[in-house]
Each structure stands twice: as C-alpha cells, then as structure tokens.
Design a protein. Sequence first.
Length: 321
Amino acid sequence: MMATILFVDDEAGIRSALRRLFADLPYRLLFAADAAEGLALLRANECAVIVSDVRMPGESGIELLSRARLLVPDTVRVMMSAYADLSTALNAINRCEAFRFVVKPWDDQELVEVVGDGVLRYDLQNSLRHGDEAIYRTLAQTIELKDHYTRGHCDRVVDSALAIGRRVGLSMEALTHIGHGAMLHDCGKIGVPEATLNFPGRLDNEQLDVVHRHPGWGADIARTAGMHQSTVNVILHHHEHYDGLGYPSGLAGEDIPLEARIVAVADVYDALTSDRPYRKAMPSEAALQEFMSLSGTVLDPYFVEIFIEIVKEQSSKRGAE
C-alpha cells in the first residue's frame, strides 16, 4: 500500500514546488494551506508523514503538529521553517516531538531522504506491533541499506548475542527478547542522515550528537510498538560503557541491563571485524586483541571472557574441518 504524505504550507508556490519534487516518488500526496485544512485531512486519511511549515495564518505549524501528536500519534511529524532559530527548533522537539527539522530553502535530496526515513519509521512502528520475526529481519535489512558498511551486521550480532545467552543459561523467553533487541538495536539510525552514517572520517560534534541520539530514537519506536522491556533495553543501552563513559545515560557496571551488556559485546566484536567508513576490517587476531583491551572499560569482562571462549571454539572447529 502506497504511503500517504501530507504537506501543510500557506504558500501556493511552496506547495507547487513540493508537488513537483515528490511527483515521481511512490507516495500518495496531500496538500493543505493551513492547520485547519491539515487536521481535516489527517482525520480523513491515514498519513505516514506530515510535513508542516511553522508560520501560517491561524494556528501555527507547532500547534498543528502538537494536535497531530495527540490525534494520530503514529504519524511521523516533520517541521519546516525559513526561521531556523533555536527556540523554534526546541519547540518542535519538545512540544511536537518532531522527527526532523528542515530549513527553507530546503535541499531536495535531503528533504526526500527525511520523508523516506519518516515513512520507514512509520512502517517500522506499525510492523513491530505484529510481532513477526520475518518482519523484524526485513526491517533491519532495510535500515542497513542506509549504512552501506553494516550489511549483514544485525544478523551477525543476533547470532553472537544468542550464543552468549545460551552459554550463560538464559531462558528461551530471555533469548527471544535478546534476539529481537539485537536484530533491531540500530533501528534508531532511521533518524540519522546517510551522509553522516557513511562519512569517511572523524565526525564533528554536531554529527556525533545526532549519532548519539539513535539509541533513544530506536527505543521510542520499540516502546510505541509495545515491545518487551528487555528488547527496549537492548536498543536504548547497547552503547553504554561498563566504566560509565558511554551513552545515552552514562550507566555503569551492572546498572546496565544484562541483555544490553550481552549485545554490546556482540556489536563491538562485529564492528572490529567489519569494514567501516573510517577504517577497514581488522585481521582476526588483531581484532581479538583490541576486543580484549576493551574488557572492563567499554565491555562487561564476564561476557567478554565468555565470548572469547566461543570465538576460539569456533576457530578450532573450522581448523579441524
């Protein structure tokens, strides 16, 4: 089914430009000239994304998106404005829980990407409610397409995390939630621009701030979809560090949920042994040494030790074949 996008802007020229930009894309497009017309269209149509200007006659875009948040909470809200001041941006984030803030005049490619990411987020929230593991895998693979260097990453993290969980005797129910969390741990990357994900060097502070938000964005999606708290914990806390210097909450030691500590071990090891925009994959022996050096600082030393045993056993089996 084709996703519906609603654009709300009081300027006819802007609406015409948006119509031309999105004409050849696989979306059903709706347009409104003010907040009242926009709300009427929201009530009558299932919209995946609403993109609204801030300054309009009558109700402002912030008031419109605030009402949309209550009326259709799953619809992804994007704010667009020619007035990129801090207070407007903060209002969009705090009052409307806006997904992204786009500045006029917009960059065509950026705006198309923002709307595409919004549709993906909408589909993700709705699909997760069905609890279908095949859907989880498909969505994880779709998210990976944004980050060309992580193809297959989620599958490998799932396999490694489950191997650790089985080794320490977790229940089948706990393993199921860990598997879901590992599969979806990077779903918050929907909100991170591709140019940032694939940047071939050191990120600046602004880019890092966006990247550091992805666990929170992903956890919001999982909570909205009604996923188990253990799954949410993995998505939210897989970048916490054992020494407390990680993000987003700065948790340390066993304050970090067990399931997140397990997935962090699997995630870091795969990152070391895979190509990334800023470096090539490390050889297996060097990767293992680097991985061990993170024990007790970034990673839980107990689960590091368990995983090293698993890696060495697998290596011995391959050598014997």
